[in-house]
Design a protein around this ligand. Structure first.
Ligand code: FCB
Length: 437
């Protein structure tokens, strides 16, 4: 790797991320079923109908995984808590085994000198709540607040930081408009409700955690650079709309108390009742913003209903996901978010990385180049006084990549999904060296 830890400011945090459904094994420890289990069991949704019942069996192997995180030289570890593991029906009954698991997990991080960076929800909605409309239901934020109280009542005294919800765009748009993630809906009203309720749930959870005396609370959003396909006004407008529903909607809610006008053109008739009154709650002050960044999209105008645009294939090198490699986008978002929204609040890159084919035993050069180029983008933002305080690799382990099943390998550590053997990749060893320098 080109980067060295010593090129980053004193105290800059390096971490790696995972999420509960993607690694734990939801068949273990009394966890309830999630909407990903039923989504995956429906033909056509997930490659080979793969699911997370066993995943990496992190539930039983977390000590070994955290040893590997420590030996990589990380300062922190970003993990998530599964609502269905803690409250199998989503409400009411608490699963003591689930609480014990997260208790042990957090202690195991602390024993290894890893700061626990928690996320409350990384997409594994309990099926009992999906039956009630899931994120479309205006009571969902209240149930989420109850879950927050239960889990953080147990581990909140020891986590370093917490963000309620990973990537509101995926919870809202990807899952309710595009139908690519659970619950697989394609409905504008469901989308408008989910996108708003997810922010209300964020606000409720932050308030609950403040009430518990917790500090260092944030939000984690994902960003994609929208590149117009050509110089036409129509292409600029199409890309602008993509930017609005992907990048500006949630930031608008969190930091400006409003949603982008071009979104409201289509969304206004579909918003939940009284939505305008929720912004005080949504804007409950937070201490930092996390940015997840992977790629850009090339956007062209298209015929058809709003948003009347299409993604077209771009010319840049691509990862195993088919995603273009565009580190300039990371620099753009760090500077742009700081100038226009967060204005001095600490920022973290909470996910960045690439999927590469199964290369066990070979060099992992593409991943190293990807990471170096994005770390350069982070460094140049810091040089321009963007208050970036940490960077998180996605992901520690190869894992369940949602609708793509187990084929797309984002890990710094290879996982053999038959034997569950862990093997650090060449990129892992290279990063360990860079972090020691
Ligand atoms: C992000 C998700 C994470 C993983 C990466 C590749 O959107 O937060 O779970 O799927 O993409």
């Amino acid at each position: 790797m080109r980067f060295k830890r010593s090129e980053f400011p004193e105290g800059f945090l390096f971490s790696a991320a995972t999420s509960s459904y993607q690694i734990e094994g939801h068949g273990f420890g009394g966890a309830g079923k999630t909407h990903w289990d039923t989504f995956a069991a429906t033909p056509g949704n997930v490659v080979r109908a793969e699911h997370g019942q066993r995943a990496c069996d992190h539930y039983h192997r977390f000590e070994e995984d955290l040893d590997l995180a420590r030996d990589l030289g990380l300062d922190a570890y970003r993990f998530s808590t599964s609502w269905a593991r803690v409250m199998p029906e989503g409400r009411g009954n608490v699963n003591p085994e689930g609480l014990d698991f997260y208790d042990r997990l957090v202690d195991a991080m602390l024993e290894r000198g890893l700061k626990p960076q928690a996320t409350l929800y990384h997409w594994e909605l309990p099926v009992a709540l999906a039956d009630l409309g899931g994120w479309r239901n205006p009571d969902l934020p209240n149930w989420f607040a109850d879950f927050t109280e239960v889990i953080m009542g147990r581990i909140g005294d020891r986590v370093f930081s917490c963000a309620p919800i990973n990537e509101p765009w995926c919870v809202g748009w990807l899952s309710h408009f595009m139908g690519h993630h659970a619950p697989g809906l394609r409905d504008i009203r469901a989308t408008a409700h989910a996108m708003h309720h997810v922010l209300v749930a964020h606000g409720r959870a932050v308030q609950v955690m403040r009430g518990l005396g917790m500090k260092n609370l944030g939000a984690v959003c994902n960003f994609e650079y929208a590149q117009p396909v050509d110089n036409s006004a129509a292409a600029a407008e199409a890309a602008g709309l993509y930017d609005a529903y992907y990048n500006r909607f949630f930031l608008g809610g969190l930091f400006q108390g409003s949603y982008p006008e071009e979104m409201m053109v289509a969304f206004a008739p579909h918003m939940p009742q009284g939505w305008e009154d929720d912004f005080d709650l949504i804007q409950t002050p937070i201490d930092w913003l996390g940015l997840n960044y992977y790629t850009r999209k090339v956007i062209a105008p298209a015929d058809g209903a709003w948003p009347a645009h299409a993604e077209v294939e771009g010319p840049l090198n691509k990862t195993q996901m088919g995603w273009e490699i565009y580190p300039e986008g990371l620099h753009h978002f760090l500077a742009w978010v700081h100038e226009n929204y967060t204005k001095g609040l600490p920022l973290y890159v909470t996910e960045n990385g690439m999927a590469n084919a199964d290369l066990l035993g070979r060099e992992d050069t593409e991943r190293m180049a990807y990471l170096d180029d994005h770390l350069d983008a982070a460094k140049s933002a810091i040089a321009q006084d963007v208050p970036l305080e940490g960077y998180t690799f996605w992901s520690l382990l190869d894992n369940y990549e949602w609708a793509f099943g187990y084929e797309k390998r984002f890990g710094l550590i290879h996982v053999d999904f038959d034997t569950l053997k862990r093997t650090p990749k060449a990129s892992y060893h290279a990063i360990a060296k860079a972090l020691s320098q």
